[in-house]
Design a protein around this ligand. Sequence first.
Ligand SMILES: *Cc1c(COP(=O)(O)O)cnc(C)c1O
Length: 222
Amino acid sequence: MSITENITKFRALLPPQVQLVAVSKFHPAEDLLEAYNAGQRIFGESRAQELTAKQKVLPNDIEWHFIGSLQSNKAKDIAPFIHTIHSIDSPKLLQEVNKQAGKHNRIIRVLLELHVAQEESKHGFTPEECREFLQNFNKDAFPYIRICGLMGMASNTDDTSLIQQEFQTLHSLFSSFKESFFADEDYFCELSMGMSDDYPLAIQEGSTLIRIGTSIFGERKY
Ligand SMILES: *Cc1c(COP(=O)(O)O)cnc(C)c1O
């Protein structure tokens, strides 16, 4: 199927509360443009350099999301235009994003990345670290960022009951943090989970943002 057909298929199948992030890392700008022309406006990238290069040559009304691990010293490169950063995994990174957003007088939406999968290597706060961080978080000290929710990845496995369990864990952490720390903040409403192999389960378990690469663009090209 073509990129256009894939975008059309996803738009038809997604329930209204779920948005599609088209993960375009390692695909050339012309592929993004094809998705754009099919109506897609939210794109996710995982490397700052690749993202800034594409942002320069693609239409201005694209909503750019950063989904990969972000080094603090790269925050300044994407701060002028980034809409949402899904992968905040340390207080230090959050501080830097706030500082760089301030230089452009912008508010950047961020999600806190949680580690719930079995794999050792994945980034993210543990649930306990995240709760402790939010307990001490003073919103007024961070005027240029808005914590809009959580992001997570399930284990890379064929065990669907494990994947489902991990998505349920993410959802229950989201609900618990919402109640404890963001009860009056309507903007705390996003749960970013689900990729090409597991998005149906993620949607079933309450995802609001699915991050789809391969099922739209095919295998990554470089
Ligand atoms: C690459 C990537 C995706 C997309 O994965 P696919 O399996 O190609 O859909 C989603 N989320 C993150 C964080 C990624 O790095």
